[in-house]
Write a protein that binds this ligand. Structure first.
Ligand code: EAX
Length: 327
């Protein structure tokens, strides 16, 4: 009987192997930005690793440059599994899962090492797990980096200089409230925003230096202040049911490949940031490298007591623990 069972299990093993060799799958992955961008670098590395590790059985198709719509629309398509995966800026996740916004709390992290320590640890994992409520499997955090203010009206050194500036913000309640509290006139808009800046529909915007460089915003923005007010992550996600329906070996492979792709991209961003900044200066941007961050911070902390963070108890509680851990 033992032998029969053993034989049966070997046969099963061989059948499974054969089945997996014949297994072919296309993963559709959506991003809003263009080749060369932070999100694209994650997507490209993920594709390379998955195709290599699956011996070509799994292919990854990258839908980029907003061919699927803006980031909110891509998230909706991932929820319906019309698209399986995405590398999406954290801002637009607000509307789907309130807790996620704690990562965008202003002046939360000291520097990039601090970011990795927290987001690769248990608190980061809690944020990824919270996404399941909205039907997303959170796989990893990649990044745009620390966001900085640019505008065409005047140099901004302290928060008083922000008064009345018409600033484009991401489609996120947190970003809108933040810029209102800082004294600006915030206008939520999806990405891209080059022509709105060029036409002067808005005075300014805020993004990490990699974005200013890759999207040539230096052509349409004069003043840059290194405010570093919000750490801008992407969350690398999949449709939860689709992901859970894959066999365990494939799940592990995808999870590992996405984490490695994310770390690869974060390193790219961090290693290149000083070079990008030098290029922005060469292109003629007037850079304030040491703005009065304390003046920004003093106003930005008001967000903690606002509806945005107090309305949902889980969000308020998670923010407290993030603030405690990053103090
Ligand atoms: O990745 O919308 C934004 O400002 C994002 O940072 C943009 O998608 C660049």
């Amino acid at each position: 009987m033992r032998r029969v069972l053993r034989l049966a299990s070997i046969t099963l093993f061989v059948v499974c192997l054969t089945a997996s060799a014949a297994f072919a799958m296309e993963i559709k992955l959506g991003i809003v930005t263009t080749p060369g961008s932070a999100q694209y670098i994650v997507a490209e590395k993920f594709k390379e690793l998955v195709e290599e590790r699956s011996g070509g059985d799994i292919t990854v198709s990258i839908f980029h440059s907003a061919s699927l719509g803006n980031e909110t629309e891509i998230l909706q398509q991932i929820q319906m599994n019309a698209v399986n995966m995405g590398v999406i800026t954290l801002g637009p996740f607000d509307a789907f899962v309130p807790e996620v916004k704690v990562v965008n709390f202003p002046f939360l992290f000291r520097d990039y090492d601090h970011v990795s320590e927290i987001l690769d640890g248990p608190l980061g994992q809690e944020v990824l797990d919270a996404l399941e409520k909205a039907g997303f499997k959170g796989l990893a955090f990649s990044e745009n980096g620390f966001r900085n203010l640019t505008n065409n009206k005047r140099p901004v050194h302290s928060v008083e200089d922000v008064a009345g500036l018409k600033i484009r913000v991401m489609e996120s309640a947190l970003h809108k409230e933040l810029w209102r509290v800082l004294g600006a006139n915030p206008t939520p808009m999806g990405w891209p925003i080059y022509s709105e800046l060029e036409q002067g529909v808005i005075d300014g915007q805020e993004n990490p230096v990699s974005v200013l460089k890759v999207f040539k915003l230096f052509e349409v923005q004069k003043y840059l202040s290194l405010t570093g007010h919000v750490y801008s992550a992407h969350i690398d996600v999949a449709n939860l049911n689709w992901f859970n329906g894959l066999n365990e070996g494939v799940q592990t492979m995808l999870q590992e490949a996405m984490y490695e792709a994310a770390v690869h991209q974060r390193n790219w961003n961090r290693e290149n940031e000083a070079g990008f900044l030098a290029e922005l200066e060469r292109e003629g941007m007037i850079v304030d490298k040491d703005p009065d961050k304390a003046s920004f911070r003093a106003k930005a902390v008001e967000l903690k007591g606002m509806d945005l963070f107090t309305r949902d108890p889980a969000t308020a509680e998670l923010l407290d623990r993030f603030l405690e851990a990053t103090r």
